[in-house]
Design a protein around this ligand. Sequence first.
Ligand SMILES: NC(=O)c1ccc[n+]([C@@H]2O[C@H](COP(=O)([O-])OP(=O)(O)OC[C@H]3O[C@@H](n4cnc5c(N)ncnc54)[C@H](O)[C@@H]3O)[C@@H](O)[C@H]2O)c1
Length: 349
Amino acid sequence: MPFDEPGAPEVLRKVLDDGSFQASADPEILSRADAVVVVIGTPIDKHLNPEALEVPGEIAKLTPHFADGQLLVLRSTLYPGVTSMVERQLAAAGRRIDVAFCPERIAEGKAMVELFSLPQLVSGRSEEARSRAAKLFRNLTAEIVELTPEEAELAKLFTNTWRYIKFATANQLFMIANDFGLDYSKIRDALAHDYPRAQDLPGAGLAAGPCLLKDTMQLAAFNNNQFTLGHSAMLINEGLPLYTVAKLEERFQLGDLTVGILGMAFKAESDDIRSSLSYRLKRILAFKAKRVLCTDPYVAVDPDLVPLDQVLEQSDLLVIGAPHQEYRQLQTQLPVVDLTNLRGQGSLV
Ligand SMILES: NC(=O)c1ccc[n+]([C@@H]2O[C@H](COP(=O)([O-])OP(=O)(O)OC[C@H]3O[C@@H](n4cnc5c(N)ncnc54)[C@H](O)[C@@H]3O)[C@@H](O)[C@H]2O)c1
């Protein structure tokens, strides 16, 4: 598994041992499958533009290896219209392949639970494509929800955009409370206490990762860049590290201090650093502070990380990036910036 996925290594070992799973970089294996599931990455570029032609381009390369009568399931999050483009492309190549778009909605780190618990969105232009895809996914989950491909493409983007905007709402409310000298998490806990309509108001914190921002920007691009809420959410979420450092500058002589960042992954209990805002925080602090030290118990891919003990020993100030549970009870006399209020002592900024 590329990232830590609890419960997956055991299953992987089992299917490797019993021979039911084979991995290969040889596209020739495609011709032997009843169904081909495509999960290649669908990123945005550094100017926030969707790479919409990537999936059709990869499918074009693989088309000679497909067998007529196969089911092709597009599972990546797609820019709206890509399913239709793939259908047209295969038809133009004279291939008879049932195309379905069935977006993945699991949260990283919860795959082995959510693969079986979440309803599956299934879409296909033809009844045949839909029913074949539904049959495939019934191996995982009993509940299938059918949509047209275009509805399913928007459904997936709406899912991630909604979550991203909710985080931005929390982060903006955090900044309002904080600028007024009040503790957002205390206010949030109070207003949500036994009040069902506010249960989904998130806590504040660095909201990043490989999906939420890029999918919000895909939706914005699809809507001719007319997406005020989505763009505002980006400015708020991506702006939180800069806000945090600006607030610290009001309190501390940052240029004289070594700052330790605890948690470099994009979210708690994860080893995935893709699009993590802890790295934006690091970049800003590298410019403003005397020195920055970073640590994360889960992340093994970054050679610049140092052990927690060294960070505690050599830092003057700590900032929690990813709110890993390890940091909840951490014993330290140092001031700790804690946007999510993991430690229950306020944010400090
Ligand atoms: N990671 C998640 O938990 C998650 C959850 C829901 C949806 N998604 C969506 O799933 C898709 C994949 O996400 P990811 O996080 O795994 O992306 P990723 O970029 O980390 O991984 C994609 C993988 O596909 C491989 N790949 C690219 N082109 C290929 C080709 N032609 N043949 C074979 N392999 C190829 C890449 O090498 C890479 O290993 C995205 O559209 C994402 O939005 C991801």
